[in-house]
Write a protein of this length. Structure first.
Length: 273
C-alpha cells in the first residue's frame, strides 16, 4: 500500500493507475463501518483509494474539530489489511489555499435537518469532495447510508457537475446491540452507550409499527419520542426514497431520519423502510 500525503503524489499515483478505481473518502478514525465500504470497493474495482482528511470546512465554530477522534496508525493498519492500493492522508494546507472558490450545496435539501442544525456544513462537504473527486477520478465512490442526507446531496452534485462517477450507497453497519457505528461513539462512556441505543431502538419500534400497518407519521413519531426519552431530540423526519418530505408512510418508499444528543454527543441514525 502506498501512503500518500501530498496532492502531487496522488496525481502521480492516479496517472499511473489503470482500470476501475473505487474511492472511499473518510475523516479517519476508521472503524468496521468504514471497513465495510473498503471491502466492497476492493471487491468491485481494480484499484482502491482511501482518504482520511479531517475537513475543517464542514465543521462549524464550537464543533468538535479539534477533539474529533484520530488514529492514523490504526487507520493505516486497517487499510493495509484490506489491500488498499493508496491511502491519502493530507493536511489542511495541502488541500486548501487562502483564496477558495465557493461551492454552495443545493437548496432546499441542504437547509433542512442536518443543514438546519449545522448551516454551511454541506457546503464544506461538497467543497472537499469536489477536490477529492478531481484528484482521484474514481469510477465508484462508496458512501454509507448512515449519512443519508449527505448521500443525496453528493449525488446531486455529481449529477449537476456531469461527473462520470457512480455513487454507491452502502448499508449502515451496527454493533450487535444495534448501535450504528460512528467515530463519535468514542465520546460515549458505558452509560452513554446504553442511552445511545435508544436511537436504534426507536427506529426498530417504528419499523415494527409500520409493518403492522401504521401509516400515520404523527403516531409513529410520538411512539419514537417515547422510546427516546430523556434524550434531547433534534429532529425526527420522514422522507421518501428521493428525499422528498411525505405526509404519510409508504412501505418500500420511506426513510426515517433521527438526530439526538446523548449528553453532549450528537448522534444520527436512520432506517429505510
Amino acid at each position: 500500500m502506498q501512503i500518500i500525503r501530498s496532492v502531487e503524489e496522488l496525481k502521480s499515483f492516479r496517472a499511473a493507475a489503470s482500470g476501475s478505481v473505487g474511492f472511499v473518502p473518510t475523516m479517519g478514525a476508521l472503524h468496521a463501518g468504514h471497513a465495510s465500504l473498503i471491502k466492497r470497493a476492493r471487491n468491485e474495482n481494480d484499484i482502491v483509494i482511501v482518504s482520511a482528511f479531517l475537513n475543517p470546512a464542514q465543521f462549524l465554530p464550537g464543533e468538535d474539530l479539534n477533539s474529533y477522534p484520530k488514529n492514523e496508525a490504526g487507520d493505516i493498519k486497517i487499510c493495509e489489511s484490506l489491500d488498499v492500493n493508496a491511502f491519502f492522508i493530507p493536511t489542511a494546507d495541502e488541500i486548501y489555499s487562502t483564496e477558495e472558490p465557493a461551492i454552495i450545496a443545493p437548496k432546499p435539501i441542504s437547509e433542512i435537518l442536518e443543514g438546519k442544525t449545522r448551516p454551511g456544513h454541506f457546503d464544506g462537504v461538497l467543497k472537499v469532495l469536489n477536490k477529492l473527486f478531481n484528484l482521484t477520478r474514481p469510477s465508484n465512490v462508496y458512501m454509507g447510508k448512515k449519512d443519508t442526507q449527505q448521500l443525496f446531496i453528493v449525488q446531486k452534485m455529481v449529477k449537476s457537475f456531469f461527473m462520470p462517477i457512480n455513487i454507491v450507497p452502502c448499508e449502515i453497519v451496527r454493533e450487535s446491540d444495534g448501535l450504528a457505528l460512528s467515530s463519535r461513539n468514542a465520546y460515549l462512556d458505558e452509560e452513554g452507550k446504553l442511552m445511545a441505543l435508544k436511537l436504534s431502538r426507536s427506529l426498530l419500534n417504528a419499523s415494527s409499527l409500520i409493518k403492522k400497518g401504521e401509516i400515520s407519521i404523527n403516531i409513529v413519531r410520538e411512539k419514537m419520542l417515547n422510546v427516546l426519552e430523556p434524550l434531547a431530540v433534534d429532529y425526527i423526519a420522514f422522507v421518501d426514497y428521493k428525499f422528498n418530505e411525505i405526509s404519510q408512510i409508504k412501505q418500500g418508499d420511506t426513510i426515517i431520519l433521527l438526530a439526538a444528543k446523548v449528553g453532549t454527543t450528537r448522534l444520527i441514525d436512520n432506517i429505510w423502510l
